[in-house]
Design a protein around this ligand. Sequence first.
Ligand SMILES: [Zn+2]
Length: 165
Amino acid sequence: MAWTHEDRNWMHRAIALVREGEATKGINPIGCVIVRDGKVIGEGCNEVDLRHDATAHAEIVSMRRAGQTLQCGELRDAVLYTTMQPCGMCTLASVWAKIGRIVYGAGRDDVHEMYFGDRHLDTVDFIRDAFRDDLSLEGGLMAAECAALYVPPDAEVPEAEQFNR
Ligand SMILES: [Zn+2]
């Protein structure tokens, strides 16, 4: 994948959001930036614990803010950058939001499985099966830098500490 300077710039921003969020209790380390016409229209981190809201993933939080920015729930031509491969919920929300392109950093195999709610669902299928055929999903941008934000795939994490159990 040939990433542009702009792609790297926005992923840097998503990673910076995670770093900034580390200081706030309840903010979890997934960062997302939604860009349109070269400008950020919505951004945020995972706020599930902050808001006591299971749907407050970084991508959903950012989509809500982008909707407020545009005063429109459709985010056509927007690009969503996220530090980790979006889950099924966020991928389908992107489909509904008419986002044009999803770019993620760390992929499923780069991080511990506790970050995902499903065992092997591949969100690429969601994109492939969507009625829209103008949505792209591209992964691996600054994958190493993004993966470094998370528990690695082979780490021994007690079951009680895994958030998807
Ligand atoms: Zn999600």
